[in-house]
Design a binder for this molecule. Structure first.
Ligand code: CU
Length: 180
């Protein structure tokens, strides 16, 4: 009994060190254009909480047949078009990337079932270096493109900016720039 307790204690003591280098996904939501849409998209911020440049290289979920990493490009005609980013999204050490409407996003092709408002789906993110992250993401079909995070601990960008001043590296920051 004593030995077991000691081993458990050791295991827990080591955890914070492992967890300190990882990806933090925040302010995530998924949406579909309509209740009958065959595809949807997910948006979020991803913070590389490590000192190593990394790359989001894959996404999987039971919510759709296939998930792809997409971005928008503008064609010469001015029309915006979605394209797959096969090399994935680069996430420099200590930086946050933004997946947002009109830019980088997770594309869900062949939805298993319609994305109902308030429903939760799970998406697993695979990185070149960091451990995979499985994130529960709420469906918010009503969210507007430039709306800031609400609920949780994300707060609104402008308010954070006023209180904290310029960019702050730690915790759950990184919303300020994008929201304002
Ligand atoms: Cu797309």
């Amino acid at each position: 009994m004593n030995l077991k307790t000691t081993l458990l204690g050791t295991a827990f003591a080591v955890l914070p060190a492992i967890a300190s280098a990882h990806m933090i996904i925040e302010d995530a939501y998924a949406r579909a254009a309509s209740p009958v849409a065959q595809s949807g998209a997910a948006f979020m911020t991803i913070f590389n909480h490590s000192d190593r440049d990394d790359r989001l290289i894959g996404v999987t979920s039971d919510a759709a047949e296939r998930l792809e990493l997409h971005t928008h490009i503008q064609e010469e005609s001015g029309v915006m078009r979605m394209v797959e980013v096969e090399e994935g999204f680069e996430i420099p050490a200590g930086e946050t990337i933004l997946l947002q409407r009109g830019g980088y996003h997770v594309m869900m092709l062949g939805l298993t079932s319609p994305l109902e408002q308030g429903e939760e789906i799970e998406i697993t993110f695979t990185f070149e270096h960091a451990d995979p992250v499985t994130q529960t993401i709420v469906v918010d079909n009503e969210r507007q493109p430039m709306e800031g995070g609400h609920g949780d601990h994300s707060g609104h960008g402008e308010m954070e900016m006023e209180h904290d001043g310029e960019g702050h590296g730690g915790d759950h920051s990184g919303h300020g720039d994008s929201d304002s």
